[in-house]
Write a protein of this length. Structure first.
Length: 279
């Protein structure tokens, strides 16, 4: 069953992190950031809001999103609506002191709605969170808290866009990109796999039969076996099998963005009972 969305502001989740394959593919971190920027700007210009699982590092993707949102502050398609929702898992934000958290909130709340979550995924008011002391989360808290955050975000979005992703050195039960994608597939939620930038997204596309094995193919990582029960038809993203093959392989940003927009026109139109204008 699709998550409920308001007609005016459908929300799409973006799952992205660094890709270990960029060098092999002749790409750079700048290409991945440009890809995210192009996707985000296309969606924002079409009146679609964005959702992202928080990344608090300086110069991380959360900061990039905040900068992009600044361009659309006051945009007529987003007047009075939340443009970006940033979901912060318990183990991500509980490490911050009250002063650090207050500064982070002040820097980002004008561009994004910050959702602070408890270990179980309950929403915490900012004032309540700031009153809590900082602590170093244990390993089980990373696993439980990250899964809870991703489950909460899943219920608030109508589709997910996936690109890049590390499969080593991660926290939680499996790589973050993998868990977010798996939860969407398991819920029957539309998924767009942009595999042309390598990483976890390409691994998943390979497992689903959308990409062939190549020089950068990896052995199994925790959770990869979960995707062996799915096929391209389970993406439910409004694209044909041939279009998903292109999306899973192309390194050309505009081609990928055009395909995502084409699929979202079908998804958002079906959700709202009419065709959403996505350029």
């Amino acid at each position: 069953m699709m998550p409920s969305q308001t007609e005016k502001t459908p929300s799409v989740g973006i799952s992205i992190s660094e890709s270990p394959d960029l060098g092999i593919l002749g790409l750079s971190d700048g290409h991945l950031r440009d890809a995210m920027a192009e996707v985000a700007l296309r969606l924002l210009a079409s009146g679609i809001s964005l959702a992202y699982g928080g990344d608090l590092r300086q110069h991380g993707f959360t900061q990039l999103l905040a900068e992009l949102v600044g361009r659309y502050r006051g945009h007529p398609r987003h007047t009075g609506t939340i443009v970006v929702t940033n979901y912060l898992a318990w183990p991500v934000h509980i490490r911050m002191t009250s002063n650090e958290l207050a500064a982070f909130s002040a820097d980002h709340e004008s561009a994004a709605h910050l959702v602070f979550l408890s270990l179980d995924g309950a929403r915490l008011a900012r004032e309540r969170r700031i009153s809590l002391p900082a602590e170093n989360p244990q390993e089980f808290e990373w696993t439980k808290g990250l899964t809870a955050m991703r489950t909460v975000m899943l219920a608030d979005i109508c589709a997910r866009i996936v690109l890049g992703g590390r499969v080593e050195g991660f926290k939680g039960a499996m790589p973050g990109i993998a868990e977010e994608t798996y939860l969407s597939l398991d819920a029957g939620q539309p998924v767009f796999l942009l595999g042309g930038f390598g990483g976890c997204a390409r691994d998943i596309a390979e497992t689903l039969g959308l990409s062939e094995r190549w020089g950068g193919s990896r052995e199994d990582w925790p959770g990869r076996e979960c995707f062996r029960n799915y096929s391209p038809e389970d993406l439910h993203n409004g694209l044909s099998r041939e279009e998903n093959l292109v999306l899973a392989r192309t390194p050309h940003i505009q081609e990928a963005v055009d395909l995502v927009s084409r699929g979202l026109r079908q998804i958002v139109g079906n959700e709202n009972g009419h065709t959403q204008s996505i350029h």
